[in-house]
Design a binder for this molecule. Structure first.
Ligand SMILES: *[C@@H]1O[C@H](CO)[C@@H](O)[C@H](O)[C@H]1NC(C)=O
Ligand SMILES: *[C@@H]1O[C@H](CO)[C@@H](O)[C@H](O)[C@H]1NC(C)=O
Ligand SMILES: *[C@@H]1O[C@H](CO)[C@@H](O)[C@H](O)[C@H]1NC(C)=O
Ligand SMILES: *[C@@H]1O[C@H](CO)[C@@H](O)[C@H](O)[C@H]1NC(C)=O
Ligand SMILES: *[C@@H]1O[C@H](CO)[C@@H](O)[C@H](O)[C@H]1NC(C)=O
Ligand SMILES: *[C@@H]1O[C@H](CO)[C@@H](O)[C@H](O)[C@H]1NC(C)=O
Ligand SMILES: *[C@@H]1O[C@H](CO)[C@@H](O)[C@H](O)[C@H]1NC(C)=O
Ligand SMILES: *[C@@H]1O[C@H](CO)[C@@H](O)[C@H](O)[C@H]1NC(C)=O
Ligand SMILES: *[C@@H]1O[C@H](CO)[C@@H](O)[C@H](O)[C@H]1NC(C)=O
Ligand SMILES: *[C@@H]1O[C@H](CO)[C@@H](O)[C@H](O)[C@H]1NC(C)=O
Ligand SMILES: *[C@@H]1O[C@H](CO)[C@@H](O)[C@H](O)[C@H]1NC(C)=O
Ligand SMILES: *[C@@H]1O[C@H](CO)[C@@H](O)[C@H](O)[C@H]1NC(C)=O
Length: 423
């Protein structure tokens, strides 16, 4: 018996790291750039083979970041974030000229980060602060300002976890997760609030998405709080097996599928997305789906269209809405700089989507506005158990507005969408 236990223990030990390189990052003095020291720490401790692991430690200090960082291709590393990384945006020209390409929609980033077996612990107080007000003022409502950087891009990453981290005042999107799989992101706090302009869904902290996935498989978002002015979490090109659960979202647009179908004749898909146990506070929607039209005009990020593919097997269950201005929508009318028309031209197909058990209140008397494309109608759309008080009329919303929805399940369409919804 004893021998058995000793044998098991020794096997376990032989699997534990044989070496453990630790790099403690020191903040650069007198408010100068800490980026070189951070890059150097990842270079020295972030690439570990076989059974060895490394660790990069940020102390309870403020690290000023004045230049772009590219710390990709990491392997077997733990990140212990006890302090704050604070971006310095005093030289906007620098960031516009130097932010790094993300590899989608001509978007760019302040930090490309990624690797295999990377475990990032933020203890609930480790913070990335993008000092985004500078950008919200600078962009002044311009959608997708070219060169405006995302805070961090998790790229070519697999078998990794990000936990208990805070992201404040992102310059643009908080994070993109791209060319990545098997990632857990748990207990994450995101707050990008424009304090200079009033919250309005056309403007405030525009393009500050909480997270976007592209070419991403098996990603779990659990226990997120997001307060922002745009998509809470958005699934874009080739996002598969995505789970979003136990989250609280504030002032943004909702859980988004898309926009997608932006690249002419390119086939992209979204498959198997579940969002459940989500609380929505003062938002535009609980969830919504948006595709570009079938007509290609201009170039990404603000132009495009004519993409192919499908979004299928999406489930949105157990949502609680508190003062939502809309409930659920599909639009296939997204086009260049608010161009209108062509809503029936997209060949990107939306199918097998289920809404179930949504409760709460809002200011909408429309349960769902479903503007599907006549050239590729929606099928398998199911809406059950939506009970959301319209506090304007003190009634339960009774409108299900449909265009090109085949055989709706759990509801009857009451009419056509009231207006074209280009976003
Ligand atoms: C970090 O340091 C500050 C003082 O510099 C202190 O007030 C704070 O409690 C520390 N935080 C943690 C989590 O240790
Ligand atoms: C980032 O660094 C990797 C090497 O790790 C390199 O292959 C890649 O081209 C760099 N990306 C950019 C945008 O500089
Ligand atoms: C800002 O960055 C640019 C490079 O993009 C550089 O030419 C310029 O000197 C910088 N300005 C200041 C004040 O550092
Ligand atoms: C911001 O845009 C508004 C119009 O949308 C304009 O009136 C205002 O002057 C702009 N502010 C700056 C600083 O450019
Ligand atoms: C999905 O990713 C998680 C890590 O978040 C991992 O534990 C799990 O094994 C992955 N599932 C598959 C089917 O690879
Ligand atoms: C986000 O930050 C704003 C401004 O600091 C604050 O008023 C708001 O309560 C915060 N939201 C959450 C969900 O913590
Ligand atoms: C769908 O995604 C969920 C959550 O990520 C996962 O548990 C499940 O295995 C996936 N289903 C298939 C058929 O891959
Ligand atoms: C729902 O999410 C909340 C966090 O917003 C969590 O406290 C609660 O345990 C979750 N409920 C279930 C049934 O998982
Ligand atoms: C996206 O997924 C489609 C369908 O699975 C595939 O044909 C295409 O190559 C993928 N695109 C990229 C860039 O991985
Ligand atoms: C479809 O979604 C359901 C609910 O998330 C999941 O259990 C199932 O595995 C998915 N099927 C496929 C084929 O993705
Ligand atoms: C409906 O969702 C609520 C959370 O909003 C949850 O507490 C409840 O258990 C769900 N009901 C069913 C039947 O799943
Ligand atoms: C809407 O629902 C929330 C959460 O349940 C509640 O706090 C709020 O008082 C409700 N508002 C109205 C006007 O009923």
């Amino acid at each position: 018996m004893f021998r058995g236990i000793f044998f098991v223990l020794s096997v376990l030990f032989s699997f534990s790291p044989s070496t453990y390189a630790i790099c403690v990052v020191k903040p650069s003095p007198r408010g100068t750039d800490s980026a070189p020291a951070i890059i150097d720490a990842f270079r020295r401790c972030g690439h570990n083979e076989g059974s060895s692991r490394g660790k990069v430690v940020f102390e309870n200090e403020t690290y000023i970041i004045q230049t772009v960082m590219n710390t990709t291709g990491l392997r077997n590393v733990d990140i212990d974030l006890k302090g704050t990384l604070l971006w310095d945006n005093s030289n906007i020209t620098y960031w516009l000229n130097n932010s790094l390409p993300v590899g989608y929609q001509n978007q760019s980033s302040a930090w490309l980060f990624g690797g295999e077996s990377v475990n990032w612990e933020g203890h609930g107080y480790g913070t990335l602060n993008g000092d985004g007000q500078v950008w919200y003022d600078f962009a002044n409502g311009t959608n997708n300002y070219p060169g405006r950087p995302h805070q961090i891009t998790i790229t070519s990453t697999r078998d990794s976890a990000f936990e208990n981290i805070r992201f404040l005042q992102s310059q643009m999107w908080t994070m993109a997760i791209i060319h990545s799989e098997n990632i857990l992101l748990e207990n994450i706090y995101v707050n990008s609030t424009d304090t200079e302009h009033t919250v309005g869904f056309d403007f405030s902290s525009l393009n500050t998405d909480g997270a976007d996935t592209m070419y991403a498989n098996n990603i779990t978002f659990r226990g997120w709080t997001i307060d922002n002015g745009d998509d809470s979490i958005s699934m874009k090109a080739n996002s598969t097996n995505i789970l979003i659960e136990n989250c609280n979202f504030y002032t943004g647009l909702g859980v988004a599928i898309g926009s997608i179908g932006q690249y002419e004749n390119v086939f992209e898909r979204i498959e198997n997305v579940t969002a459940r146990n989500i609380t929505i506070n003062n938002m535009r929607y609980g969830a919504y789906v948006k595709t570009w039209t079938g007509v290609s005009t201009g170039f990404p990020p603000n132009g495009g269209g004519g993409g192919l593919g499908y979004a299928s097997n999406m489930t949105f269950s157990d949502f609680r809405l508190n003062n939502a201005s809309g409930i659920f929508a599909i639009t296939q009318c997204t086009s260049y700089n608010d161009a209108t028309g062509d809503c029936d031209t997209s060949l990107f197909n939306i199918r097998n989507l289920k809404i179930e058990n949504w409760t709460g209140n809002g200011t909408s008397d429309v349960v769902a506005s479903l503007q599907c494309s006549g050239d590729s109608p929606c099928t398998g759309i199911e809406i059950e158990g939506v009970s959301i008080l319209d506090t304007v009329n003190d009634t339960m919303p009774a409108n299900w507005l449909c265009d090109s929805v085949v055989d709706p399940i759990g509801f009857n369409c009451t009419g056509a969408p009231w207006g074209e919804n280009s976003q």
